[in-house]
Design a protein around this ligand. Structure first.
Ligand code: GLV
Ligand code: MN
Ligand code: MN
Length: 414
């Protein structure tokens, strides 16, 4: 059954799929908005499921809406899985997540063309709500898939628009019936854009990803007192907006003071009532803290907590907090990192071993099976930005390395 033709990535076919998926939810000035479980996400999912079926994959959907397509091997058993996500942030590009899923389909297409059956089965999967931009936490689908997040807790999550995961899954027709942990792979791989500046700056083609930094998301809600912007003396204000502003500056200063890998972002801020002539009575804002070092991340969390409490106290306001997401740093299997590096070098690519600054579905698999990721460069280091771009040659190189690594894992004796 194993053909003698060497399987090859068909780059125009892969780029055609990336562009076709990118037309769903396309934004007028470029970029894509396919927030998780919206109608656009549903349309994108149906397009990809159609491609999976055309390629002969046996498709199943689990209870959190993760979609898995299986290609049988010569032996039964756990598949080598290629996965990522197709949801985007509201200001997304064509590549974040989508590249990993569609390169997975291209691996299958290349094997089909070469009439090549691997020893182990293969799976291509896309996971619900990796971004976490509409429903927290991020990596929701892969966390449920691997049993790290309770299914019912995830289904009950209320998004930024007041809808629940369960209702929105049903609305787009992706509330499947396969339970969590119903498809445990023997190895997991993800091709992804770097989403940062390192590879481009250093002129390196491929990142062999060593792990993912820890992620901490918290939402703060500050209560002050609404009053007239013209009549309320400065000394008599209890301005929730000022507390949020001071907090944003404070968490940035904390990250700068801690240095190293520490980053901090206030990415969402809403003021109520949000009117030009009213002192805000409420401010709701998020803090995203990340570090490759868990102890430093815990330290940053403590410092942020104290600074925000102090900003509220100084204004006479009160503040409550709600954890949205918390993931410890993850290290990938050194053998897979070595395999990615060695394979990339065999393809003539320059390689750097590097941690990921962004969260990825791969991190949910790392505790359960050998896991690795392949990075390709991001132009100007931009991602979560409509100008996100990776050159097609870089995509072709990354997809070829993915194919080669998959074959070694699927046909190896281990
Ligand atoms: C997910 O994309 C994240 O890293 O925020
Ligand atoms: Mn991603
Ligand atoms: Mn993303």
């Amino acid at each position: 059954m194993t053909g003698s033709v060497k399987p090859r990535i068909d780059l125009p076919r892969l780029m055609g799929r990336i562009e076709a998926l990118g037309r769903i939810g396309a934004l007028p000035g470029g970029g894509v908005c396919r927030l998780a479980l919206t109608a656009e996400d549903g349309e994108g999912r149906r397009l990809v499921v159609g491609w999976m079926k055309e390629l002969g994959l046996e498709v199943s959907v689990d209870r959190i809406g993760n979609v898995r397509g299986i290609r049988p091997g010569r032996v039964d058993g756990a598949p080598v899985m290629i996965g990522s996500h197709i949801d985007t942030v509201a200001t997304g590009g064509l590549y974040d997540g989508n590249l990993g899923v569609l390169a997975g389909l291209e691996v299958i297409a290349a094997l089909n063309d070469a009439d090549r059956v691997t020893r182990r089965p293969l799976a291509v999967a896309f996971f619900t709500n990796e971004e976490g931009a509409r429903f927290a936490p991020d990596m929701m689908g892969s966390a449920v898939h691997q049993g790290a997040l309770d299914l019912d807790v995830a289904l009950a999550v209320v998004g930024i628009d007041g809808r629940t995961v369960a209702d929105e899954l049903a609305a787009i027709g992706f509330a499947g019936d396969a339970p969590p942990r119903s498809l445990m792979p023997c190895a997991y791989l993800e091709l992804h854009i770097e989403q940062g500046p390192v590879l481009e700056r250093e002129g390196i083609a491929i990142g062999a990803v060593t792990g993912v930094q820890g992620i901490s998301w918290t939402e703060y809600s500050v209560s002050g007192v609404s009053n007239h912007a013209g009549t309320t003396p400065m000394a008599m204000r209890c301005d929730a907006g000022v507390v949020a502003a001071r907090s944003a500056v404070a968490v940035r200063e904390i990250a700068e003071r801690l240095g190293g890998a520490q980053v901090a972002t206030v990415g969402s801020l809403r003021l109520e009532p949000g009117l030009v002539n009213v002192v805000p009575r409420r401010a709701i804002f998020t803090v995203d803290l990340r570090n490759t070092d868990e102890a430093r991340l815990v330290e940053a969390e403590g410092l942020a907590e104290m600074a925000i409490a102090e900003a509220a106290r100084a204004e006479g306001a009160t503040v409550t907090s709600r954890r949205l997401a918390r993931f410890a740093p993850v290290e990938f299997d050194p053998a897979i990192v070595d395999l990615v590096e060695k394979t990339a070098r065999r393809h003539g690519a320059s390689v750097k071993r590097m941690p990921s600054g962004a969260g990825h579905d791969a991190q949910m698999f790392a505790p359960d099976c050998p896991t690795g990721m392949i990075f390709v460069p991001s132009r100007d280091g931009l991602s979560h930005n409509v100008r996100e771009h990776t050159d097609r040659e870089e995509i072709g190189l990354g997809a070829g390395i993915l194919l080669d690594v998959v074959l070694q894992l699927a046909d190896g004796d281990g």
